[in-house]
Design a protein around this ligand. Structure first.
Ligand SMILES: [Zn+2]
Length: 579
């Protein structure tokens, strides 16, 4: 934000300099102790972006995107999330708080709210209204985030003169890195094709956002043919054939497994089917860059010494990755396009703010596993553990223990919590968590510790289930810090929101997931992501010290000389900081 600056007459300054020179010898003059902060902090998050994408496709990057950050900044080659589940909201809740989900409270994209008995998302908020979208669409806010962010702390440090804005396609990815005291968060509505926000931030959208939406920024992509950027041979070399058997796009998606992909969603003109199809293309990343440029100009980000924060999370990479898997030509292509998107954004910021005045962090919210059928074909043990196989074993074990005479109705039938989803009742099973029905267990005088043991033992008897932790075990901290799986389960457990049993599949296996490719596990393909920081005070280089995206917020805070966010537990990455 621009402020009134006091001007000191030049003649007076010169007089003081001459006077000081006469008194203090040049070499003994004291160094200034107050250093200027950067004018802008830019967080770039790429949704579902594995560290190895930087290596597998790195020789094809241009000079001004990832390569500029890798050569001009510090990059940690061993950066892993130390929590599970490795999902979008927990990752985005970590980047700018430096906190594990166990402290941010953002334990999943969704969870069961025990108080209301309803499924909630990490950012759903019935008390606010959507701005810029369809009138009855649900709205979102950061009210479930339990930790402050770098942006919140900068606002506190500058008496609110710092401006903090979050942008993404997904609401959670725009809202969580910006924080609870942010000026604004904007995300893309797949029902209206516009950039939206909520009344949490302001009563109405700023005029520049309304103008941006009036130009229908999404509609110009209707019917676009998504082709490869480079010759097919480059893709075959790095990602294999375009249409392997494990890529399996259902016909209802109005898409194919191979290039070119025509972006219409089966619609005759832009509608919600088209906007959804657009989400599964690389092109929303371009919309986000245009929108971020508009935010920089219209909100005057980085124009004075009160450091502003812009967080930008690219979501297209995640949608494309879920549909085609990490070893697809499509993921390779969206990665190469993201390199160009980042170059466009950095060139713009360089011209407007100056990269020398900008502190940049780049990371991802999680990686992704190979498609299970692909991993199976390679002999890596890939596979799917059906929902019925897990719940069937658990229900049978509960009945055998608590209804040994086989009474009907079975009094133990409601011991696991159920919820209504899409009109059907099913046992709560989310984030590989199961929730107990405490009322029913109390009614029948069931010992919860013993009940936990029955459920855990049953879960562990299901082929494909590697580990299973109970709430009691995690609450007692009865876990090993040297076992990364246990530690990651503990770091992802927030008592008021998590379930009573937490399951982990074997590597390359998905529990109850029908989606082509996904993430969420504690394994390296899901945890190993880039952590890159570039800016004044950072010594460029490739660092091999263990690091994590939880280290970004405390490191930025150290560089900014502000209080670290409230629950920041990450490490300051001192190996790259100038003393
Ligand atoms: Zn994600």
């Amino acid at each position: 934000m621009r402020g009134m600056r006091q001007r000191t007459p030049l003649a007076f300054v010169l007089a003081v300099v001459v006077l000081l020179s006469a008194v203090v010898p040049a070499q003994r003059r004291p160094q200034p102790t107050v250093q200027k902060r950067p004018r802008l902090v830019l967080l770039i998050a790429v949704d579902q972006f594995r560290y190895d994408y930087l290596e597998r496709f790195g020789d094809l990057f241009g000079p001004n995107g990832f390569r500029r950050l890798l050569s001009g900044g510090a990059s940690w080659a061993q950066s892993n999330y130390d929590h599970m589940p490795t999902y979008t909201a927990p990752g985005h809740g970590t980047m700018m708080t430096g906190a594990y989900p166990a402290e941010s409270g953002i334990i999943g994209n969704e969870w069961l709210d025990r108080a209301s008995g309803k499924r909630v998302t990490s950012v759903s908020d019935e008390s606010v209204k959507l701005l810029g979208g369809l009138p009855n669409d649900p709205a979102s806010s950061p009210w479930r985030l339990m930790a402050s962010t770098v942006g919140d702390e900068l606002r506190l440090a500058t008496n609110d003169r710092a401006k903090v804005i979050g942008i993404s396609v997904k609401d959670r990815s725009a809202i969580l890195p910006a924080g609870r005291h942010a000026n604004a968060a904007y995300w893309f509505s797949w029902t209206s094709g516009t950039m939206v926000s909520s009344t949490y931030y302001f009563p109405q959208l700023p005029a520049w956002v309304t103008s941006f939406n009036a130009a229908k920024p999404a509609d110009k992509y209707f019917g676009t043919k998504w082709e490869r950027l480079l010759p097919e041979s480059e893709y075959t070399k790095r990602a294999g054939p375009d249409n392997p058997s494990w890529e399996n796009v259902p016909s209802t998606w109005n898409d194919t497994n191979s290039f070119p992909h025509t972006i219409t969603g089966g619609a005759k003109s832009p509608d919600r089917n088209f906007y959804t199809a657009l989400d599964y293309s690389p092109f929303t990343n371009e919309i986000l860059v245009s929108f971020a440029e508009q935010a920089i100009v219209n909100e005057q980000l980085g124009q004075d010494d009160d450091t502003d924060v812009l967080t930008l999370s690219f979501s297209a990479n995640d949608y494309v990755g879920h549909r085609f898997g990490p070893y697809s030509q499509e993921v390779m292509d969206v990665t190469l396009r993201t390199d160009r998107n980042i170059a466009t954004l950095l060139d713009f910021i360089d011209a407007r703010v100056g990269l020398a005045n900008t502190l940049i962090a780049l990371t991802a919210d999680h990686g992704v596993s190979p498609i299970p059928e692909h991993a199976a074909a390679l002999g890596l043990g890939g596979g799917r553990v059906p929902f019925g196989a897990v719940m069937g074993k658990i229900q049978a074990a509960i009945s055998a223990r608590y209804n040994p005479q086989g009474k009907t109705p079975d009094p133990s039938a409601d011991y696991l919590l159920r919820f209504s989803e899409a009109g059907t009742s099913r046992e709560w099973f989310i984030n590989n968590n199961i929730y107990f029905n405490y009322d029913a267990l109390r009614r029948d005088g069931v010992n919860i510790e013993e009940f936990s043991q029955v459920v855990v033992a049953a879960a562990l008897s299901v082929p494909g289930i590697a580990r299973c932790f109970s709430r009691l075990q995690l609450l007692r901290g009865a876990t090993s810090i040297t076992d990364p799986i246990e530690r990651r389960a503990l770091h992802g457990f927030y008592p008021a929101r998590s379930g009573d049993v937490v399951m982990v599949a074997e590597p390359y296996k998905y529990i109850a997931e029908t989606i082509t490719a996904t993430h969420g596990s504690p394994y390296s393909y899901d945890t190993h992501v880039p952590t890159i920081i570039m800016g004044a005070g950072v010594t460029p280089g490739r660092y091999l010290e263990p690091a994590s995206p939880t280290d970004i917020a405390p490191t930025l805070s150290a560089l900014l000389r502000i209080t670290a966010p409230s629950n920041s537990t990450g490490r300051v990455l001192i190996e790259a900081l100038r003393r």
